[in-house]
Structure formats: structure tokens, C-alpha cells
Design a protein around this ligand. Structure first.
Ligand code: FAD
Length: 464
């Protein structure tokens, strides 16, 4: 019977990163993956393919809307959607192969197949049983059904994000159920490719949990780009007939019932932990009421020797959160001090403009009764942004009124997903807005807008 110090179950960003770190720390490590390829949801049907399609469709948008303004004339490119999907698949392939290479380089054994845990210290894959001093469950998540509605996903007409990444052609009309990150990213892709896109959302604001000023600005910009929003609407059912779908919803304000037709309906109301087949119930592994594996702050479950990380446990379902937990759990197993600062986990939406957020929102600070200052700067005052038709949006910095310490940052604008990390590092070091304001920022860069927002927390921005 093969013996390991650690067996990681699942090779998504949580699992593969954890396995590599375990091996780097001198632990004999294997990683079990049921999919044909490594990389989990993120590389195969999540972050990476969606960003490839966002990139390609954004290039089309630039060609259609901005090239002529810069004197680049000629016919706008036509869309060969099959080729676009082939490009996306190539990007996936390069990335998943990259993980294979890293496993070999770090001497992580890849065990192919679906794993179960017959007892603590043992992992079963097919007929093979492996011994492991420690087991890390990184089994990830799957799309959740639309709550309270009669919806059958066929991944052709009624799809999850997985089907939305593989449509045979650009639909004429796409209805997206749920105005969260995944729905808005995929909605943007198809709107840019020419689909009529209607987003149906139960709440009164898009991207739940985000700073409400950002929510409003973001919805306005997406509406300008052609996305239609039906807010405060509870989807009742989706029916399919003759290759088309009809979505029935009730408006919460007056309970009135409405229908809308679609060629494709994307169900994007969230994801839930995937723990099927692991045998957790028989093992007595404690779960949360929301079906997540319960862990302590060292990612230990209540069963000795079994850890859990990533989408399968509590917290934001984000690849970088899973990765950080993966590294930290490996360090704990190796006798080191693994740590994740859950107060500084950025969230990014990769639409155009991008949206990025870290720390507290203004609404949260108000609710907690914290005295704060706001420093805001519009990208209209940023020379670089204006030069590239990206003046929409702003940087909003929230700092403690007394100490000037950064409490949160919310950016909607060009490269927001990269700009936010200056603030993440600042927050990790307990920086004040003045620390950012006194740091020389290269000109002309988008990052000057972050500095200007920091200046606005003090004596004032220069270009406002
Ligand atoms: P997963 O990536 O889900 O990986 C789990 C793996 O475990 C899977 O490959 C599964 O096959 C395997 N597995 C499960 N059970 C077993 C078993 N019993 N035996 C063997 N193998 C098993 N996050 C971001 O941070 N940024 C983004 O831009 C982003 N975009 C996204 C876009 C889409 C369309 C989707 C769906 C998700 C996106 N996410 C994004 C979320 C991100 O993909 C997840 O948070 C991340 O993949 C979670 O990592 P994980 O390792 O916990 O699980």
C-alpha cells in the first residue's frame, strides 16, 4: 500500500497549490483529481476560460468602438465563434499542462480518479487504497440550482457557467438569472458579441455585498453597454420548447407575474460546495448548515488528520482565497505557522471597466458606527485613462477618521483588478492614506488615480 505524508483531494487552485507547497516543505505528497485535467474549476471551466472570452470580446469592442477614433480604419473584424472557443481551449490547455509540469518538478504524484475516505488516514481511488498521515480535502464547488424555482439545466438551452463557456453559437437573446460576478462577466461577453442580454436579479442591486456607490455606477455603465436589468424579480420557472426558453418571474414589489423569452438562459445564482462521494457523513465530518465542511482556523476538520480548504469550506468562493488556504494548511501540517488574513482578500470583476474591492464597504462602516473619511478620485482626471477611452469610474478609499489607516478600497475603472493590490499590500502593513499619498507613482499610469484618492483623504487631490 502506497504511503504518503499528505494526500490532497482535488487539483483546483486550492488543491494543486497546497500539494506543491507540501512537497516543497519536504512532505511526500500525492494529489487525487477526478477530472481528466488538473486545475479544477478555475482553470477548466472558471476563471481562466471566462477571462479568455472576456479578452477576445473586449478586443472586438475596441475594434468596433475605438479603432476609428484613433485613425485605425477598415472593416471591424467579424466573429468566428468556433475559433474563439478554440483559442479559449488552447489557453485552458496551456494552463492545465503547466500544472502537470509543476507536479513533476515538485515530485507531487498525480493519482487519477475520484477519491473517497473510507477512514481517517486512508484514501481510496478505484480499487486502490493509499495511506496518508494527513488528508486535505479541496473538492471545490459546483453551480447551485436557482433557489425556489422550477429550472432544469440541460447545458444547451438552460445552462450553468460551464455550458455558457461552450455554446455552439452566440445566442440572439441571452437571459442571465443572477447579477453576480459570473452572470455579469458572461453577460458582458455575449453582449459584446452581439447578443441581446437581459439580467434578472432577485435583489434591488447588482453584485450583492459590494459598496453600494460602486453597485450603482457599475449598473449604469453596464446598461450603457446594452445590458438590460430586471431587478427585484424572483424567477419562478424556465420552460423550454422548440429550442427556445421562456422565463417566468414575479416582481417582488407587486407580485405581478411576467415572462421573457430567450435562446439561452444562464443560471448564475451562485455555487455550492461539492463533497459528493467523499464519505464525509460516515466519517462524522462536521458540516455547516450551508453544506460547507466545518474547519477551525487551522483548516482542521473535527476528524484528526483531515483538513479542508477552498470552495468546500466557508468564506468567499475565490481562487486566490483557496490558494492562500492551500499554502497555509500545508505549512500547518509541516509544523509551521500558516496564516490567511481574511480581512484583506480582494474581489475582482473582470468586465470593462473592471471592478475591484478590498476591506470594508462604506455601508459596513456606517453600520458598525466607525468614524471614517472618504477619498474619491474619478478616472476622468487621469491622463492615461482618458487617452485609452477608459475615463469611466473612480477610486474610492475609506480610511479611519482619527488614524488615517486604510479600511477599504473600491475601484471601478481600467485595470482595477491590478490597482487594488497596492491597497492590499498597504492594508497588510497597516498603511495610512498618507503613506500612499507620499509614495511617488509613475506618470502616466492608472495607479495615479489611487494616489489621488489617497491625497483626497488629506489636503485634497491635485487633478480633481
Ligand atoms: P475547484 O477549483 O472547484 O477544484 C476542485 C477539484 O476537485 C475539481 O477539479 C474536482 O474535479 C476535484 N474533485 C472533487 N471531488 C473529488 C474527489 N472526490 N476525488 C477527486 N477529485 C475531486 N475565482 C476567482 O478568484 N477569480 C475569477 O475570475 C473567477 N472566475 C470564475 C468564473 C467562473 C465561470 C466560475 C465558475 C468560477 C470562477 N471563480 C473565480 C471561482 C473559482 O473558480 C473557485 O473559487 C476556485 O476554483 C476554487 O478552488 P478549489 O480548489 O477550492 O476548487
Amino acid at each position: 500500500m502506497a504511503q504518503y505524508d499528505v494526500i490532497v483531494i482535488g487539483a483546483g487552485p486550492g488543491g494543486y497549490v497546497s500539494a506543491i507547497r507540501c512537497a516543497q516543505l519536504g512532505l511526500k505528497t500525492a494529489c487525487v483529481e477526478g477530472r481528466e485535467t488538473l486545475g479544477g474549476t478555475c482553470l477548466n471551466v472558471g476563471c481562466i476560460p471566462s477571462k479568455a472570452l472576456l479578452h477576445a470580446s473586449h478586443q472586438l469592442h475596441e475594434a468596433e468602438h475605438n479603432f476609428a477614433k484613433m485613425g485605425l480604419k477598415g472593416k471591424a473584424p467579424s466573429v468566428d465563434f468556433k475559433q474563439m472557443l478554440a483559442y479559449k481551449d488552447d489557453v485552458i490547455g496551456q494552463n492545465t499542462k503547466g500544472i502537470e509540469f509543476l507536479f513533476k518538478k515538485n515530485k507531487v504524484d498525480w493519482i487519477k480518479g475520484w477519491a473517497s475516505i473510507p477512514e481517517a488516514g486512508k484514501v481510496k481511488v478505484g480499487d486502490e487504497v493509499y495511506e496518508a498521515k494527513n488528508i486535505i480535502i479541496a473538492s471545490g464547488s459546483e453551480p447551485a440550482p436557482v433557489p425556489g424555482a422550477d429550472v432544469t439545466v440541460d447545458e444547451k438551452i438552460v445552462v450553468t457557467s460551464t455550458g455558457a463557456l461552450e455554446l455552439p453559437k452566440v445566442p440572439k437573446k441571452l437571459v442571465v438569472i443572477g447579477a453576480g460576478v459570473i452572470g455579469l462577466e458572461m453577460g458582458s461577453v455575449y453582449a459584446r458579441l452581439g447578443a441581446e442580454v437581459e439580467v434578472i436579479e432577485f435583489l434591488d442591486a447588482i453584485t450583492p455585498g459590494m459598496d453600494s456607490e460602486v453597485q450603482r455606477a457599475f449598473q449604469k455603465l453596464l446598461t450603457k453597454q446594452g445590458l438590460k436589468f430586471t431587478m427585484g424579480a424572483a424567477v419562478q420557472k424556465v420552460e423550454t420548447k422548440g429550442g427556445k426558453a421562456t422565463v417566468t418571474y414575479k416582481l417582488r414589489k407587486d407580485d405581478s407575474e411576467h415572462t421573457t423569452d430567450a435562446d439561452v438562459v444562464l443560471c448564475a445564482t451562485g455555487r455550492r460546495p461539492f463533497v459528493d462521494g467523499l464519505g464525509l457523513e460516515a466519517l462524522g465530518v462536521e458540516m455547516t448548515p450551508r453544506g460547507q465542511i466545518k474547519t477551525d482556523d487551522h483548516w482542521k476538520t473535527n476528524v484528526p488528520g483531515i483538513y479542508a480548504i477552498g470552495d468546500a469550506i466557508e468564506g468567499p468562493m475565490l481562487a486566490h482565497k483557496a490558494e492562500d488556504e492551500g499554502m497555509a494548511a500545508a505549512e500547518v501540517i509541516a509544523g509551521k505557522h500558516g496564516h490567511v488574513n481574511y480581512d484583506v482578500i480582494p474581489g475582482v470583476i473582470y468586465t470593462h471597466p473592471e471592478v475591484a474591492t478590498v476591506g470594508k464597504t462604506e455601508d459596513q462602516l456606517k453600520e458598525a458606527g466607525v468614524a471614517y473619511k472618504v477619498g474619491k478620485f474619478s478616472f476622468m482626471g487621469n491622463g492615461r485613462a482618458k487617452a485609452v477611452f477608459a475615463g469611466d469610474g473612480f477610486v474610492k478609499l475609506l480610511v479611519d477618521k482619527e488614524t488615517d489607516r486604510i479600511l477599504g478600497c473600491h475601484i471601478i475603472g481600467p485595470a482595477a483588478g491590478d490597482l487594488i493590490h497596492e491597497i492590499c499590500v498597504g492594508m497588510e502593513f497597516g498603511a495610512s492614506a498618507e503613506d500612499i499619498a507620499l509614495t511617488c507613482h509613475a506618470h502616466p499610469t492608472f495607479s495615479e488615480a489611487v494616489r489621488e484618492a489617497a491625497l483626497a483623504c488629506g489636503d485634497g487631490a491635485i487633478h480633481a
